[in-house]
Design a protein around this ligand. Structure first.
Ligand code: ADP
Ligand code: GN1
Ligand code: MG
Length: 375
């Protein structure tokens, strides 16, 4: 399977012709740095100046495309009406799906590939690396408000687009299966990494256990809150939360932890030079302030206590997931060179080691910000 599918040739004019777009297409180019879907910017001559984002949905990852797109329709409609009610601009602040001529929100081509389109949000940017306190604060506002706005959407409306997606017990089972089958004959090269990860396995299932015991409530969460899944405007203010494929019931600590993973790290997710991976604690404080400003009205004390557990869990879970894919022979994530999943694993393990040393400090910051907002 070709993991760098952007290089594949698609019949774009045929695909795009199935969607209701304005104007003629002047160009199609690969866009963004996501690991899952194939994303293309479609430029047009439309009079209102709208360009589009075309995505080939990864059907290996998302088995139920119809269910996935139904989720996206429920979520975007709900967000649009809430944001309009608050005096915001739903066209700019929420993804707008483009309908196909057959009234569906996705198109299946002759090869069985699934495609969808959204309006392209102009003058916005996503960032793989966070550099300023304002960006971090805005990220906290974005994901906190996202949880708040979806808190009254009925969870029963949404399917689990990937069952057990962030369930650590499930992820560890998958790792054990990958170790047993050793499909790519790589186990012998990663024994120290396996030791490191498996020695933490019990501690890292705590959030799942707290959820099962009813201590942590299930809420509608984003579940993929990497910082590049928000769009900031040119002044670094939050404009829109994107990548809605995994919006489904989850625990708030997942969203908090995955966002922090990509914000507090001074290096990129797959950094080769492990010494470059340091913690930027002021960015953690800013994200926390922004996040709590939106969520303080509904978070329980138990959820508050779980946030820093999520900060440790998510880099751990990413390490387990990347290493599982490495052992499986790179079948899930796009890779850009042969050892990419191993390099991602090592970088996320290094981040976890740094976070373990600072967890008390992070907990104190969360509590300080919580008390100052509660006053
Ligand atoms: P993936 O699931 O592969 O991560 P995303 O939906 O996150 O795909 O899109 C990939 C990238 O495309 C994003 O990081 C962002 O830079 C850009 N992007 C996605 N949707 C839009 C949009 N509607 N307007 C502008 N840019 C977008
Ligand atoms: C994938 O699609 P993207 O790049 O935003 C993955 C996330 C991981 C992330 C790690 C559906 O997200 O779960 O956290 O890579 N998405 C899916 O960078 O598996
Ligand atoms: Mg993405």
């Amino acid at each position: 399977m070709d993991r760098n599918k952007e290089t594949m040739v698609y019949n774009f004019s045929n695909i795009i012709a199935h969607f209701n777009i304005g104007g003629d297409v002047t160009g199609v180019e690969p866009f963004g740095s996501g690991h899952i879907n194939d994303t293309f910017l479609v430029k047009t001559t439309s009079a209102d100046g709208i360009d589009y984002l075309l995505q080939k949905i990864n059907n290996y990852v998302f088995k139920d495309v119809e269910g996935l797109m139904n989720n996206m329709v429920y979520v975007t409609s709900h967000l649009k009406s809430k944001i309009a009610g608050l005096g915001g601009d739903p066209e700019k602040e929420v993804l707008t799906l483009v309908k196909c001529k057959n009234e569906k929100y996705y198109f299946e081509d002759e090869q069985g590939d699934f495609w969808r389109m959204t309006n392209f949000l102009k003058d916005t940017r996503s960032y793989d690396l966070v550099t300023s306190p304002k960006q971090a604060y805005q990220g906290g506002v974005a994901f906190g408000e996202f949880q708040y706005l979806l808190s009254d959407l009925h969870p029963g409306l949404l399917i689990d687009t990937i069952p057990d997606f962030l369930n650590m017990e499930h992820r560890l089972n998958n790792l054990h299966k990958a170790i047993t089958s050793d499909a790519a004959d790589r186990k012998k090269t990663v024994l120290p990494e396996l030791d490191f990860l498996l020695s933490r396995a019990d501690a890292m299932t705590e959030i799942v256990q707290l959820g099962k015991a009813g201590v942590l409530p299930l809420r509608i969460t984003h579940n993929d809150t990497k910082f590049n899944n928000i769009l900031l405007d040119k002044d670094n203010n939050i404009q829109c939360v994107i990548d809605l494929d995994t919006v489904m019931p989850g625990y708030v600590a997942y969203d908090f932890g995955d966002a922090i993973r990509s914000i507090i790290n001074t290096a990129v997710e797959d950094e080769r030079d492990l010494d470059a991976i340091q913690l930027n604690i002021p960015l953690f404080t800013e994200f926390t302030k922004g996040y709590l400003s939106q969520t303080i009205s509904f978070l329980t004390e138990q959820e508050l206590k779980s946030l820093v557990k999520g900060v440790l869990l998510l880099p751990y879970m990413q390490s387990v997931r990347f290493l599982t894919d490495y052992l499986d022979g790179d079948v899930y994530y796009k890779i850009h060179f042969p050892e990419h999943n191993l390099q991602r694993t090592l970088a996320q393990m290094q981040l976890l080691k740094m976070l373990e040393l600072k967890k008390e400090t992070l907990q104190e910051i969360v509590e300080t910000e919580w008390f100052s907002l509660k006053k």
